[in-house]
Design a protein around this ligand. Structure first.
Ligand SMILES: NC(=O)c1ccc[n+]([C@@H]2O[C@H](COP(=O)([O-])OP(=O)(O)OC[C@H]3O[C@@H](n4cnc5c(N)ncnc54)[C@H](OP(=O)(O)O)[C@@H]3O)[C@@H](O)[C@H]2O)c1
Length: 282
């Protein structure tokens, strides 16, 4: 059965993206939004903040925190201080196993394009290659746990592989280093893969209300793969600074690295990007 659009939803990890998901869902249905300590600054009406720490929660804690939620959006992130495997792999398993007796009707899991191999050129959702980095492999294992458990429990799932997330308060200018005289590593010709929070939000909302027959892995990335060299130069210009200097000049002018293909986002979720090109706020 499709998740009724007024049925209760829960957002686990109401941070930069999750908070906006909770706000948007809260305008049409009751929403539980969790942080580790249960504090959610400026929680909008319709959104009930609760505490849930997946590294320390018992099955009973999970069930208590998410009680009655029929749609589950998993938006937690380990940040710098937590063991990534403990959260993304063991935490996902613990959470879904705790709900086995009364499973939700939809799970939307936000993953990362770091789950993709460091390939050259276009990479779509059918690409089976695993990344080499431990960070990426843990992301991929977290996805596998979500797929496996949702499959076993009969829960329709959508895994959204998000590119680098930016937006209000996390502008792209922020990633441009503070010292304009520093020399950046490499030649700056790697392709960029980014997504504005507005578009990531649209993808999550569409996935929450997707028909029950849809279970899919979907890339969430904009259409703009200009290399870092060009993007940083534009950000520097917007700040009135000279372009950054790179260790090496581009050898052949070609863009290298992976470009995350996003066709399924429109085909399966009907999302039309609001910001197909990077918003280059200084
Ligand atoms: N940021 C990026 O560039 C990027 C790129 C690709 C994919 N993603 C994915 O997008 C999603 C949202 O990222 P974001 O940037 O919005 O994250 P964020 O702002 O860092 O927020 C993370 C949220 O997860 C909660 N959390 C942290 N540890 C937890 C734990 N042990 N148990 C339960 N909840 C926990 C945090 O709670 P507290 O408020 O209590 O800390 C916070 O609400 C994540 O799945 C992330 O992996 C992000």
């Amino acid at each position: 059965m499709e998740v009724a659009s007024q049925a209760k939803a829960a957002v686990v990890g109401a941070g930069f993206l999750g908070r906006e998901v909770a706000r948007a869902l809260g305008s049409t249905r009751p929403v539980i939004a969790t942080t580790r300590d249960g504090v959610l600054e400026g929680a909008p009406p319709g959104v009930e903040a609760r505490a849930l720490d997946l590294l320390h929660a018992s099955a009973e804690d999970v069930r208590g925190a998410l009680e009655g939620a029929q749609a589950l959006v998993l938006c937690y992130a380990a940040g710098r201080g937590q063991d990534r495997r403990a959260l993304y792999v063991d935490g996902a398993r613990r959470l879904l196993e705790a709900l086995a007796a009364r499973p939700p009707r939809r799970v939307v899991y936000t993953s990362s394009t770091s789950a993709l191999a460091d390939a050259e050129g276009w990479v779509d959702e059918d690409d089976a290659r695993w990344p080499e980095s431990e960070r990426g492999r843990v992301q991929r294992e977290g996805e596998a746990v979500v797929q496996e458990l949702c499959g076993r429990l009969g829960i329709p799932w959508v895994i959204l592989r998000l590119a680098g997330l930016y937006g209000p308060g996390r502008g792209l200018g922020r990633i441009y280093r503070d010292d304009p005289t520093a020399i950046l590593a490499g030649d700056g010709m790697q392709a960029t893969n980014l997504i504005h929070r507005d578009d990531a939000l649209a993808a999550v909302l569409a996935a929450v209300d997707a028909p029950p027959e849809l279970s899919a892995l979907i890339h969430v990335c904009d259409d703009d793969h200009r290399p870092r060299r060009e993007m940083y130069a534009l950000l520097a210009e917007a700040r009135g600074e000279p372009p950054p200097r790179w260790e090496r000049a581009p050898s052949d002018g070609q863009v290298h690295g992976k470009r995350v293909a996003n066709r399924r986002l429109g085909e399966l979720l009907g999302v039309r990007l609001r910001h197909p090109l990077h918003v280059l706020d200084p």
